[in-house]
Design a protein around this ligand. Structure first.
Ligand code: KIV
Ligand code: ZN
Length: 514
């Protein structure tokens, strides 16, 4: 008998994106979705189409870009939500409507103002409507772990009868503990005989740091779909981390004999791409993908690993695609070799993309001589992002100090003319952003500003990440430089250019659909 299979449902682009600082624009979601496709997840939840125009556009774009995995769109059990989600999903090769409704008394009473009977009716009607549009329908009983068990069994039985093919049991507020959660899964399987006709799924939040443990306990008890996110991002403390769930199943196959379709060697790339896009980096000691996840500091450990890796390593960094420091190409390598290397890394580039990547590669090879896989990854993940530079930085100068107000002088180029402005500010970064606002005519408010060093030493390169609100539309930007003021100005301009690009493509979209 073959190994039982657990489906990996990735919700990085929906629940993950709901976490503060992790919002992504449509292009960024498509880049991330392509990587999730390479990673081998079974389902990509691409967004909540009724929530915003951008969410709608992202689900539509991901559905067009990724044809292998199932693409799910979230909707409340309400006709307008379901209709909107279906409009976004209908072009998908394998669409799934994911409808949800809270079932706990606390949500029914305080949030929905509904009786249990009314909610049951709504859930059934929502599933029926979704089923009239597509065959693959998932129902989630929000706050299932705080729901009365008899009522939960009733809801689960009713939605299966109405046509749900997947039933998801979320621990919405991260309240469950593993023994209790596995008991709940067993109870549902025992008391709802028709559950064997559907896939039983779990979706755990990490408020008590138990999301992964709860997910694994549920799998042991019979769940066959796990909802999770890259780097564990998600509402509040986040969701179960995909890389931890997958590697626990892989490393502890002796106790957890379940396979997934995930290609573990793509884990580090997926984690890094997400951090690159959002500017939210994992803590150094994060399991599987943290900088220190495979670092052996104590001499005794280092000695042990040198003698025999398994003394202190339960999995190798290579097995999750980390530390691929092998020299791959040099400045004399041609387009063909570059293309070949990208293919080996899992990226198939179009002719135009390869040309662009090659130009960046040659420039980099001139500066660095030795090109590693990480560099190629940065080229494909960052360099190929097609954000036109409407505004370019020509020069920036700022003064700062404890006894004087900061001032900045910024010169920008808009493709035709060069203009300069000065501005005072509360610190040099604020002065730079204000001067840029004067030049572009936009008014931005920094929601988040982070600097991190990406190389070591006195000439270290610092990367600045900004998240900016432009009067209701937010955009993120990043840039690296040995000069923090320069990096800040470029990161802020990157956000400005992304905003203008998003506005432009939205205008084009509505003109096309008018
Ligand atoms: O946490 C939750 O309950 C959810 C559902 C919408 C699946 O995210
Ligand atoms: Zn959730």
């Amino acid at each position: 008998m073959g190994q039982a299979r657990v489906s990996i449902f990735d919700t990085t682009l929906r629940d993950g994106e709901q976490s503060p600082g992790c919002s992504m624009n449509v292009d960024e979601k498509v880049r991330m979705a392509r990587q999730l496709d390479l990673l081998g997840v079974d389902i990509i939840e691409a967004g909540f189409p009724v929530a915003s125009e951008d969410d709608f556009a992202a689900v539509q774009a991901v559905a067009r870009a990724c044809r292998r995995p199932i693409i799910a769109g979230l909707c409340r059990a309400l006709p307008q939500d379901i209709t909107r989600a279906w409009e976004a999903l209908r072009g998908a090769a394998r669409p799934r409507l994911h409808t949800f409704l809270a079932t706990s008394d606390i949500h029914l009473h305080h949030k929905l103002n509904k009786t249990r009977a009314e909610a049951l009716e709504m859930a059934v009607a929502g599933v029926r409507m979704a089923k009239s549009l597509t065959a693959d329908v998932e129902f989630s009983a929000e706050d299932a772990t705080r729901t009365d068990v008899d009522y939960l069994c009733q809801v689960v039985a009713a939605v299966i009868e109405a046509g749900a093919t997947v039933v998801n049991i979320p621990d919405t507020v991260g309240y469950a503990i593993p023994s209790e959660f596995s008991q709940l899964i067993r109870t549902l399987l025992a008391r709802v005989p028709d559950l064997s006709k559907a896939v039983l799924s779990v979706h755990c939040h990490d408020d008590l740091g138990l999301a992964v443990a709860n997910s694994l306990a549920a799998v042991e008890a019979g769940a066959r779909q796990v909802e999770c996110t890259i780097n564990g991002i998600g509402e509040r403390a986040g969701n179960a981390s995909l890389e931890e769930v997958v590697m626990a199943l892989q490393v502890r196959g002796d106790r957890l004999p379940f396979g997934t379709g995930v290609v573990p060697e793509q884990i580090t790339r997926s984690s890094q791409l997400l951090s690159n896009i959002t500017g939210v980096h994992v803590q150094p000691n994060k399991a599987i993908v943290g900088r220190n996840a495979f670092a052996h500091e104590a001499g005794i450990h280092q000695h042990g690993v040198l003698q025999h890796r398994r003394t202190y390593e339960i999995m190798t960094p290579e097995s999750v695609g980390a530390r691929t420091q092998s020299l791959v190409l040099g400045k004399h390598s041609g387009r063909h070799a570059l293309d070949q290397r990208f293919k080996e890394m899992g990226f198939t580039l179009s002719k135009a993309e390869l040309e662009k990547a090659y130009k960046i590669f040659i420039k980099l090879a001139d500066q660095k001589k030795e090109i590693f896989e990480e560099d190629l990854l940065a080229i494909v993940q960052d360099g190929l992002a097609q954000i036109p530079e409407v505004w370019k930085l020509r020069a920036v100068q700022a003064t700062a100090g404890t006894s004087a107000t900061s001032t900045a002088l910024v010169t920008l180029w808009d493709g035709e003319v060069e203009s300069t402005e000065t501005a005072p500010g509360d610190g040099p970064v604020n002065a730079v952003c204000t001067a840029i606002d004067k030049l572009t005519g936009l008014r931005g408010t920094l929601l988040d500003y982070a600097v991190r060093s990406i190389t070591m030493g006195a000439d270290a390169v610092g990367e600045v990440f900004v998240h900016v609100d432009f009067g209701g539309s937010a955009a993120s930007g990043k840039a690296a430089s040995t000069d923090i003021v320069d990096a800040s100005a470029r990161a802020y301009l990157n956000a400005v250019n992304k905003l203008l690009y998003a506005r432009g493509s939205r205008a084009l979209q509505s003109a096309a659909s008018a």
